[in-house]
Design a protein around this ligand. Structure first.
Ligand code: CAA
Length: 291
């Protein structure tokens, strides 16, 4: 199936990155959100990130202008009915995602493929809440989307082969690499990454190391581009906790229990970079550890 117009639901950190890479690859993009300010901020962020790519000579100025021209925004979810592929990138909460699908589905064309950028929720269960489980898939990008090479493609139990093949072709056109994952809690990347981050929080909680020594150990001792606590702040501590809960509930194994210190940070509203405070305090430059 030919995909030319793509709808993106949610203009947050992931949604704006997804819009950026699709527009740059030549797709017409329509982005929607319930908040006009969020849409405006997303467009400004895409402009800034594209400009960074121009200044680093990754793309030329014409490519940036063309990409910006291909992006439109709307507050009206049904307007996504004209697209060939929809990627839902709303908040990582199942009730929110299913409510979006229920509102959107009556407006979609029969051929439209519906996908979710969920980082952990069952694709089969999300698909079952739509009218098209065979045309439903997980389309999971990594953050920052314009930089990270991988897209996880997750088939639900009912996903058909043409849908999977179409999404593979789209990933290819984006210039990214697809990894196919089965539909089990948190798929591949987060099944491995989140327990590592959670263990780093336990290492802090138990006093084995400080924020600085834990991050330095993994950066310099394992060649990770960011330490695990810095990465947790980058992803969002609420997202990390939500994924650990999905692993804990879905696999019923105590090795996935979220660290109480991670829960406490989320309870405090210290969610990482997006709230200016997490394991680091970003109100100072350079950011300082909060423990
Ligand atoms: N848009 C466009 N380009 C961007 C960008 C953005 N949002 N952010 C960074 N870049 C580009 C920079 O322009 C720079 O380009 P050049 O190589 O051409 O110079 C390059 O990326 C590196 O950026 P910086 O020099 O600013 O910073 P850095 O070297 O410290 O790298 C990083 C930043 C790429 C984020 C790096 O620290 C990194 O790879 N961190 C780990 C990220 C990671 O693990 N992500 C996955 C998280 S898990 C996930 O997303 C799944 C989930 O469901 C939770």
């Amino acid at each position: 199936m030919e995909v030319s117009k793509v709808g993106i639901v949610g203009a947050g950190q992931m949604g704006n990155g997804i819009a950026h890479v699709f527009a740059l690859a030549g797709y017409d993009v329509m982005m929607t959100d319930i908040d006009r300010d969020a849409l405006d901020r997303a467009v400004a962020q895409i402009d800034q990130n594209l400009e960074r790519q121009v200044s680093r000579e990754k793309i030329n100025a014409d490519a940036k202008t063309d990409a910006m021209r291909r992006i439109s925004t709307t507050l009206d979810l049904p307007e996504l009915g004209t697209t060939d592929l929809v990627i839902e990138a709303a908040t990582e909460r199942e009730t929110i995602k299913t409510a979006i699908f229920e509102d959107l589905v009556p407006h979609l064309q029969p051929h439209t493929i519906l996908t979710s950028n969920t980082s952990s929720i069952s694709i089969t269960r999300l698909a079952s809440r739509t009218d098209r489980p065979e045309k439903f898939m997980g389309f999971h990008f990594m953050n920052p989307v314009p930089v990270m090479q991988l897209v996880e493609l997750i088939r639900g139990i009912a996903t058909d082969e043409p849908t999977f093949k179409t999404c593979l072709g789209v990933v290819d056109k984006l210039g990214k690499t697809a990894a196919s994952a089965e539909d089990f809690p948190a798929f591949i990347v987060n099944r491995i990454l989140m327990p590592m981050i959670n263990e780093a929080v336990y290492t802090l909680y138990e006093g084995v190391g400080s924020v600085k020594s834990i991050d330095e150990s993994l950066r310099l001792g394992a060649n990770h581009p960011m330490g695990p606590l810095e990465l947790a702040d980058f992803i969002g501590l609420d997202t990390c906790l939500a994924i650990m809960n999905v692993l804990h509930d879905g696999l019923a194994d105590t090795k996935y229990r979220p660290c109480p210190l991670l829960t406490k940070y989320v309870e405090a509203g210290w969610l990482g970079r997006k709230t200016q405070r997490g394991f680091y305090d970003y109100r100072q430059d350079p950011p300082t550890p909060t423990r």
